[in-house]
Design a binder for this molecule. Structure first.
Ligand code: UD1
Length: 336
């Protein structure tokens, strides 16, 4: 089975590519390398012993992407390629809406033209906005608080309409909680450019001494220690969820939507503590004001994915921290 992976050189895309290759899928990557590096391809080959076909292109360009559909017989598409920084999306809404929506529409248009029926979409728990009840189920009300999140929800709505009009399509909407960790080999991992926005890469950069002190955004939430609680899921567990989703689509599932999370919440300070233990490094932190737009608590009800996909997040918070640390300490400068 041939799977086209857009954004396959990125953090989640590269880990998913590794799992696909390990499971015997043939993978074609399209990526413009705007937020990744070409060495990722070599690293994927080192881990799996297989070299996926790679097209360096920006999929906003329909003509370019069409060459991929012309040259290959594609069975399924996993669409990761997108802009993903929440803060940046607030200051660059036009770019975010244009990029995230148009790339998806171009992909869907070509899938239709070339009769490719299976589509997996990278959505996010951000579509639950400020969810009222925890853990959050797939049926919870949807809303967003920033343009990045809005693009995810808009694309979900587009996919629901596309499915209504094309009942022979199979579409999996996967809502990720907080992806962290890295491949066990320490070969691939998260490689944010500049100062990380997200918690785990910030912690790992404090641990190697590149950044001095972690700012903890608020300690007055209604949580175990006042700091924000999230559902941190190992990126390899998340990657495996995509394989299970493809298997589901192959049964002619129609449109399906799943939370990919562990079902457990950890506070910022709990994660800091677990990471210190795993790495043997002290993580300096200071409490600062809440970050605008943050919610106090967010964790998944993953039962639907557990039951219908036969998938479960298996890796513990300890393993997550060990793997994040191995990646960062083996690669102090990331892929640079
Ligand atoms: C954010 C986005 C989510 C996106 C995800 C991955 C929102 C509201 N959140 O999730 O859509 O999919 O990033 O890119 O749209 N924290 C600190 N100090 C830091 C960084 C974070 O204390 O330097 C805290 C936050 O307040 C939060 C937790 O750590 O409680 C996790 O933050 P982060 O890693 O940024 O992820 P989210 O905000 O949950």
């Amino acid at each position: 089975m041939v799977v086209l992976v857009s954004g396959g050189m990125g953090y989640i895309g590269s880990h998913t590519t590794v799992e696909l290759l390990n499971q015997g899928y043939e993978v074609i990557i399209v990526d413009d390398l705007s937020n990744s590096k070409d060495v990722v391809l070599d690293k994927i080959e080192i881990i799996t012993g297989k070299l996926p076909k790679f097209y360096k292109m920006n999929i906003l360009n329909e003509e370019d992407l069409e060459t991929v559909f012309k040259e290959n017989k594609i069975d399924a598409v996993i669409h990761f390629a997108a802009f993903k920084a929440v803060g940046e999306s607030v200051s660059m809404p036009i770019e975010y809406y244009h990029n995230n929506l148009t790339t998806t529409l171009v992909m869907l248009k070509l899938m239709k033209k070339y009769s490719v029926k299976n589509f997996v979409f990278s959505s996010s728990a951000t579509v639950y906005g400020e969810a009222k009840t925890m853990p959050v189920e797939e049926e919870a009300p949807l809303s967003t608080t920033n343009p990045y999140g809005a693009t995810k929800l808009m694309i979900e709505d587009i996919l629901r309409d596309v499915y209504k009009a094309n009942k022979d399509m199979n579409i999996a909407i996967l809502r990720y909680f907080n992806p962290v960790g890295a491949h066990k080999s320490g070969t691939i991992g998260e490689n944010p450019s500049g100062i990380p926005n997200n918690l785990m890469p910030y912690i790992t950069k404090v641990a190697i001494g590149e950044l001095k002190v972690l700012s903890v955004f608020g300690n007055d939430y209604n949580t175990v220690d006042g700091t924000g609680v999230r559902d941190y899921i190992h990126v390899v567990d998340l990657a495996k969820g995509h394989i299970k989703a493809l298997e589901k689509l192959s049964t002619n599932s129609g449109l399906v939507t799943y939370n990919l999370g562990t079902g457990n919440g950890y506070s910022v300070l709990e994660l800091v503590k677990a990471f210190s233990k795993a790495s043997g490094r002290e993580i300096s932190y200071k409490i600062v004001d809440r970050r605008p737009g943050d919610v106090g608590t967010c964790y998944a009800d993953p039962k639907k994915a557990n039951n219908e996909l036969g998938w479960i997040a298996e890796k513990s918070i300890e393993e997550i921290c060990e793997d994040s640390w191995r990646w960062q300490s083996n690669n102090p400068k990331g892929y640079n």
